[in-house]
Design a protein around this ligand. Sequence first.
Ligand SMILES: Cc1ncc(COP(=O)(O)O)c(C=O)c1O
Length: 395
Amino acid sequence: MEMKINFSGRAIRYTEDEIAAVVEAMRTADPLTQGRYMREFESAFARYQGVAPGSCFTTMNGCAALEMSAQLCRFKPGDELVIPSHTFTASAYPYLKKGAVPVWADIDPLTRVVTAESIEKALTPRTRAVVVVHLYGYVADMPEIAALCRERGILCIEDAAQAIGAEVAGRKAGSFGDMAVFSFHSHKNLTTLGEGGMLYVADPQAAAIIPALRHNGHCAYPFERPDYWKPAMGNVDIPRLGDDLLMPSNYCLGEVECALGLKLLERIDTINDEKRARALRFIDGLADFPQLQFHRVESRRHNYHLLVARMTTGTGARDRFIRAMHDEKGIKCVVQYIPLDRYDFYRRLGFGTARCPEADAFFDTMVSFPFQHWMSDAELDYMLASARDVLAGMD
Ligand SMILES: Cc1ncc(COP(=O)(O)O)c(C=O)c1O
């Protein structure tokens, strides 16, 4: 069967205006990194998020933002990190590199994200931080989770990599925690040419060290220089937070990507709204097949970065569905987010045990449909008709 709808690695097509913004930055940006486009993108992003100016920092990808947030946690030996097992690996491993011991939290079977209740079950006196992942683009119950973390004196980090623009209680995903990370990877609703990210840091003292942490420890000299070229262009030091010294890296995002990110902020709500409207059309078009259980959300709480469902009739039925969609209809559905405790990576490190039955059950029966924003209406109609046809033919 010829492939008719692929699971594309690219989420959006750029408009001529967006392409022009890139070309303009290519022509005019000086320098090509850490210049005015970066500053404008960071300011506009903070405004979009409704957070303080100076609290958002572009990074070369979401993982780099996670690496720095892990540094800011300043884990001590034995400190634990509560994190859902059902997520992308980059949500977790930067924290493990900094010494955190992961404690896997379960997800809610319908929303597929963690809850205050599932987090609370995983807390111990050693818990230092919680990573809440707004997986698939749906915002977890942040008012309740942030309140729980505050009450227990635990750092709260939002992995909003997939959830840009999604909202709960009138606030944006990634504006509740002590820190938040965003990804502008190729597959995301807002992508800056394939790679890009943003780190939000609420605490102004922690935010103050990010420019140096993000860029090789470059900083100002702590003294007046009569000659601007002596001893050299700039100083290098180790960023310090409290008593801790944090080793720097180079995680900067280039000016052309920042110019594009800035431009895309004008369209992100439209992209999200269009994806949601289509997701609802697809979900409602399959309402008479309750064995395929979607998470239906009409509000901006879900940006439908991904369109996923659970086959309530089991793994065998799920596999038959995906195979028929592929072999008979030329549509490539996939299965995503192996619970992290099942990966060799985490097993080898001794973190291969989790008590997350809902995450396991969801993963074992889940289907992720192709859902790139640029899919045509005709393709969506074909995917809907095909899913109906395949489901009707299954016992
Ligand atoms: C939930 C989640 N966290 C973190 C990341 C890492 O982002 P990046 O690929 O930009 O490093 C991604 C996506 O790739 C993601 O989906």
